[in-house]
Write a protein that binds this ligand. Structure first.
Ligand code: ADP
Ligand code: MG
Length: 356
């Protein structure tokens, strides 16, 4: 069996003179969940619609489970692609019962497939609710009806387009955990679209970051988060401050001191170092191993986050960096402090926006 279920090669889609998908390539391995994430308007929905067959390619190829479904010339219609869809608004039919909704995609409908409908309702935790009408269910339950309906015909790939965006924040967290567990348990290959970086990192076995109709980076969530290939990815995935630096022979000179890390940029090159709040130590005068060093910043702001404080520190050159500190570290605003790199992993340095 081919370990690759979805193969998108150089997808291109233009609407009049606007290029929605410019040149997009990726694969999804069998049974894996790919989270496709990027800012609004970057072409995520268009990419899904190209896979599903609701849009035709201008160029490129889409292969699903060894079936070439579009090569820019000929296209297999959506109903013959073995693709399941879950939409933002669920698109469950309000006039059909829960069981009839689940049976909708099955040849012969509910009468011919009572067992499969029952299995699917049990699988998503809605057993006994088949005769209810959709409006008699909660938002989270409706979401599970949509999932059961999409999974019932055993699609080769399930495509989900921002499926949680209609749920409020609290329910969203609960439902995404449930849906992730259900998808894992079903073993279905999935592509999950979201503009929310936290959701992408949580849901994906692989995360693909899109920008302007192209793939910026793809990899396991930990890799795209900790080893962003571009400044865009570091910024989009969140919480990064960018500290200016200069490439020198033994590392990168920055307002936080020397970062002893070799980079592939010429000496003298102007760089940016991405730092997140857990990468920055903070000492008040006289404390800690670096306490002997004079202060190099001042506390500008402090947010109490319950389990921690998030400090904003202003550096003399005008840069602001953030530092997570336990709630026991209580430093008043305006205090002169020493901040610097915590060398727990290497830092991402960017030269003209590209990791170096
Ligand atoms: P995303 O899902 O990432 O927010 P979309 O794929 O929906 O982005 O859209 C990408 C871009 O393509 C947007 O600027 C959008 O306005 C444009 N677009 C999408 N569909 C059409 C269409 N049918 N006609 C014209 N422009 C479109
Ligand atoms: Mg969209």
């Amino acid at each position: 069996m081919n370990p690759i279920t979805v193969h998108c090669q150089n997808l291109k889609k233009q609407f009049a003179d606007f290029t929605a998908v410019a040149d997009l390539s990726f694969t999804v391995s069998r049974g894996e969940l790919l989270a496709l994430v990027g800012p609004s308007g970057c072409g995520k929905t268009t990419a899904l619609r190209l896979m599903a067959g609701f849009e035709r390619l201008d160029a490129g190829r889409v292969t699903i489970d060894d079936q070439l479904v579009d090569d820019g010339q000929t296209a297999v219609p959506p109903e013959k692609r073995r693709v399941g869809m879950v939409f933002q608004d669920y698109a469950i039919f309000p006039h059909l019962s829960v069981a009839d909704n689940v049976a909708f995609g099955l040849p012969g409908g509910r009468k011919r497939n009572p067992q499969r409908v029952g299995e699917m309702l049990t699988f998503v935790g809605l057993e006994g609710l088949g005769e209810r009408m959709p409006h008699e269910l909660s938002g989270g339950q409706q979401q599970r009806v949509a999932l059961a309906r999409a999974l019932a015909p055993e699609p080769a790939v399930l495509l989900l387009d921002e499926p949680f965006s209609n749920l409020d924040a609290a329910l969203r967290r609960e439902v995404r955990g449930e849906v992730r567990a259900l998808l894992r348990r079903s073993g279905v290959t999935s592509v999950f679209v979201t503009h929310d970086q936290e959701e992408a990192l949580f849901m994906g076995d692989q995360v693909a970051v899109m920008r302007g109709g192209r793939l910026e980076q793809m990899g396991p969530p930990e890799v795209v988060f900790h080893q962003p290939r571009t400044r865009f990815v570091a910024e989009f995935l969140g919480s990064a401050d960018f500290v200016p630096g200069t490439a020198v022979t033994n590392g990168v000179e920055t307002p936080l001191g020397l970062l002893p890390q070799l980079v592939s940029a010429p000496p003298g090159a102007a760089l940016e170092v991405a730092v997140r709040p857990d990468d920055i130590f903070l000492y008040t005068d006289g404390e800690g191993e670096d306490g002997r060093l004079p202060p190099n910043g001042r506390v500008l702001d402090r947010q109490f986050l319950g389990i921690a404080y998030l400090y904003a520190i202003g550096l003399p050159d005008g840069t602001t960096v953030h530092s997570w500190q336990p709630h026991t570290v209580n430093v008043p605003l305006g205090t002169a402090v020493r901040v610097g790199f915590r060398h727990q992993h290497s830092f991402s340095c960017f030269y003209h926006g590209i990791a170096c």
